[in-house]
Ligand binder design. Sequence first.
Ligand code: PRP
Ligand code: URA
Length: 210
Amino acid sequence: MKENIHMFDHPLIQHKLSILRDKNTGSKQFRELVNEIATLMCYEATRDLPLKEIDVETPVATARTKVLDGRKLAFIPILRAGLGMVEGALTLVPAAKVGHIGLYRDPETLDPVEYYCKLPGDMNERDVIVVDPMLATGGSAVAAINLIKQHNPKSIKFMCILAAPEGMKAFTEAHPEIPVYCAAMDQRLNDHGYIVPGLGDAGDRIFGTK
Ligand code: PRP
Ligand code: URA
């Protein structure tokens, strides 16, 4: 595994992911779990945020202590399924801005089709974390990052819950410098570009469509 691919072996994440995979898990619980996993992953993905020292008056004395060094974050979900991870990420960084990129996979070609893009105006001042639960062929994530790079953010990370080896390879070949945070790597893609064993269609399961 390349050094900027961060896999998660935390028991809480693995346990929650097992419930997500279960076809009998309903939309309400599915949504809650996607958000909870996003929170846990975001904790790790923000580990390198810089700190500065300040003085704080405690009831007892002056403490020399640390706070975040004014870094501006943006979470950018790839619609629709990425929306499911936003609240979970915002739980940890409520001041972050949220951009949106709408992409869907053409069911025949599996190529991503862009239909929406609204990003914060000050992208060049922001550290970006792109969120999408699924990295399947990698087409959507690669296209989203291509788009975001045109706006010159300070840095970009990509956070997904499940990946197929094919998608991870495509992503790291297209964007080798971008750190990837991923909860689990599955076996393969099937003929329809679904991750096997996977969890099905993440967007449909989050929003109860189909
Ligand atoms: C899903 C998922 C990813 C994409 C991954 O979106 O949320 O964006 O597929 O597949 P890829 O790696 O092969 O591009 P989908 O196209 O199903 O749209 P939706 O989120 O609106 O359901
Ligand atoms: N998108 C999904 O939602 N699920 C997959 O398995 C592949 C792409």
